[in-house]
Write a protein that binds this ligand. Structure first.
Ligand code: PHE
Length: 338
């Protein structure tokens, strides 16, 4: 029986290496391992083997089984590898793919902010920051806004239960900056502002502003005009006309609204883009009460401040008709501005 097993094993090995393809190999497998296969018959034959011989024959049978199984798997693996390399022959794996890999891009608001920061940095303005949740003092009182001013109304401002509020403008950062650093101060502060506005094509309840503040000895209205004219010409093109129209803000005196007119702007009309003015002495005095020093004595320092809506500027520059498009994040729209 041992000899029989050995010759069966030799025969099977020859047939496995001779099998020319996967189908032929499968036939060999069935011949030996199938239910009626030679190994099954050998198993049957074990019954006739004497008790003394049985362990040796059983051991040999197991060895043959294991050995042949391994050989069958190897040969099958060779066929798979051959099939795969045949399928790949003629394919140049170093060629670029046929599908473009979609890449992201910066949101138009981010692009505008980057350009804006760049322009002001060239004029020596540093970035400043402040909290979105602030108190009435920083948002209104210190900014010379009277207690009965409509902006303080619960209809216009989001108040928290503890009396704090979501800042209605980034002008809070003027105060926070002066509280913590002495003049000269030359900062811009981009950030979110919040108002209880009905959301429509030109209003969001949360929007983006950029505040500017320049305080030093002898800062004049000419500095204000020169700085902002330069900024808007950089942004809209050198042929841009910039107009300062008298206006009122509680925290600046005199105050202006800025209009621009440019070929870059659709239908070439004057369009309002910013508020600005010379820092009101009352603002310096409010800062002084907190600082408890004379660093911002209105007799020794002057300054200008400005603020504008980044969303509005982005709409003008992109020609988007509806401010909500800036926050919906529809990639089909945004991809046009990459
Ligand atoms: N804070 C004003 C606004 O939100 C803009 C402004 C800033 C005006 C600074 C003058 C000076 O409309």
């Amino acid at each position: 029986m041992l000899a029989e097993l050995q010759s069966l094993s030799d025969q099977a090995q020859t047939e496995i290496s001779a099998a020319g393809d996967a189908a032929a190999l499968e036939a060999v497998r069935v011949k030996y391992f199938g239910r009626q296969g030679s190994l099954a018959q050998m198993g049957e034959g074990m019954k006739a083997v004497s008790k003394e011989e049985r362990p040796a024959v059983g051991k040999k049978l197991n060895e043959v089984r294991q050995n042949l199984t391994a050989l069958l798997e190897d040969r099958a693996g060779q066929f798979t590898a051959e099939r795969e390399s045949a399928a790949l022959s003629g394919v140049d794996l170093s060629l670029p793919g046929t599908f473009a890999v979609p890449t992201g891009g910066l949101h138009p608001l981010t692009q505008l902010l980057d350009r804006t920061v760049q322009i002001f940095r060239r004029m020596g303005f540093a970035l400043a920051d402040g909290p979105d949740i602030d108190d009435e003092w920083h948002c209104f009182d210190a900014l010379n806004t009277p207690a009965d001013h409509p902006a303080r109304n619960e209809q216009d401002t989001f108040y928290l239960p503890d009396g704090r509020l979501l800042r209605t403008h980034t002008s809070t950062v003027q105060i926070r900056t002066m509280e913590t650093q002495p003049p000269p101060v030359r900062i811009i502060a981009p950030g979110a502002a919040y108002r209880r506005d009905e959301v429509d094509a030109t209003h969001l309840a949360q929007f983006n502003q950029l505040e500017g503040l320049y305080v030093d000895a002898n800062v004049s209205l000419a500095d204000l005009k020169g700085t902002l004219e330069f900024f808007f010409r950089e942004l809209f093109g050198s042929g841009t006309a910039v107009r300062f129209r008298p206006h009122f803000f509680p925290f600046t005196e005199p105050s202006f609204e800025i209009d621009v007119k440019s070929v870059a702007i659709k239908n070439g009309a004057w369009i309002e883009v910013a508020g600005c003015g010379m820092v009101d002495p009352a603002v310096f005095e409010a800062v002084g009460t907190r600082r408890k020093d004379a660093a911002y004595d209105p007799e020794t320092v002057t300054g200008f401040a400005f603020g504008f809506g980044l969303d509005r500027l982005a709409m003008i520059l992109t020609g988007l008709p509806d401010v909500r498009m800036l926050v919906e994040n529809d990639v089909r729209l945004l991809a046009q501005f990459h």
